[in-house]
Design a protein around this ligand. Structure first.
Ligand code: SAH
Length: 244
């Protein structure tokens, strides 16, 4: 059992791809999701400037891509093969939706290389290609037109498996500290005192001013820094003789 993480054991196999741009875009899709293994079975044009252009910063994935003479060759050392198809053609194959398939693909990857096979842009996967798959995976899409661009399908597949693997968790921004009740009360006291001392508020007939301000601040979800800022402002106003 080697130490390769499951994602590194997933290989994207593009079979008989017509448009080299799709190969480049697929390489980029892989790299952005942390996958790296790209196998190309009988690509019509490769290498090609369109592939390089659409790969952008994923040129290394293209350079390392393995070109194979047959699907058989691309799959030789794999322990599990999933064929991606929008159409449900062969009922003898187990069919899964991508999201449910992703953890299963990773489970198999714990035991060896796993292939995710994508068909030609026009004809999809042939019956012979389908015959080499253990499961069919469909990306749920518009029933009236569910055939995705090849590289878009690869992007979604790579995204789902990387998500299922728990890769690339984006660190959440550090939560900022919220103001304590005591500091907010201190702020209200400052506001009220300033309102009275400035003549804005008659202490004999205060009305509902403070109640309204409490509602305003309650909506704001005050942070500690914000309350400190306002307390500092009131302290400065007081020291400049704002208070009678
Ligand atoms: N006309 C072809 C479409 C090919 S699209 C057909 O009907 O099969 C190129 C490849 O992208 C497909 O072979 C398949 O591997 C993948 N693909 C596109 N849309 C998909 C979907 N909704 N679900 C799964 N794979 C899809």
């Amino acid at each position: 059992m080697d130490a390769l993480p499951a994602l590194d054991r997933l290989r994207i196999v593009l079979s008989r791809t017509s448009h080299p741009g799709n190969i480049g875009a697929a390489a980029r899709a892989l790299k952005t999701m942390g996958l790296a293994q790209l196998f190309l079975v009988q690509p019509r044009h490769f290498p090609h400037e369109d592939a390089t252009a659409l790969a952008a910063g994923a040129a290394d994935i293209l350079e390392q891509a393995r070109v194979c003479a047959s699907l058989e060759e691309a799959l030789a050392d794999t322990v599990f093969v999933a064929g991606f198809s929008a159409r449900r053609r062969d009922l003898s194959h187990r069919a899964l939706e991508l999201r449910e398939a992703a953890p299963e693909l990773l489970d198999h990857a714990a035991r060896g290389p796993v292939a995710l096979v994508f068909g030609n842009e026009t004809s999809g996967l042939s019956n012979d290609e389908l015959g080499r798959c253990q499961v069919l995976v469909a990306i749920p899409a518009n029933p009236a037109y569910g055939s995705l661009n090849l590289a878009a399908a690869v992007q979604l597949a790579a995204y789902e498996v990387s998500l299922a693997a728990g890769a690339h968790r984006v660190p959440l921004p550090r939560e900022r500290a919220l103001a304590t009740a005591a500091s907010v009360e201190a702020l209200f006291a400052e506001i009220e005192a300033a309102a009275v001392s400035s003549g804005f508020l008659d202490p004999e007939e205060p009305g509902r001013m403070m109640e309204r301000l409490r509602r305003l601040f309650a909506r704001a979800g005050l942070e500690r820094e914000e309350v400190n800022l306002l307390l500092g402002l009131f302290a400065a106003l007081r020291s400049r003789g704002g208070k009678p």
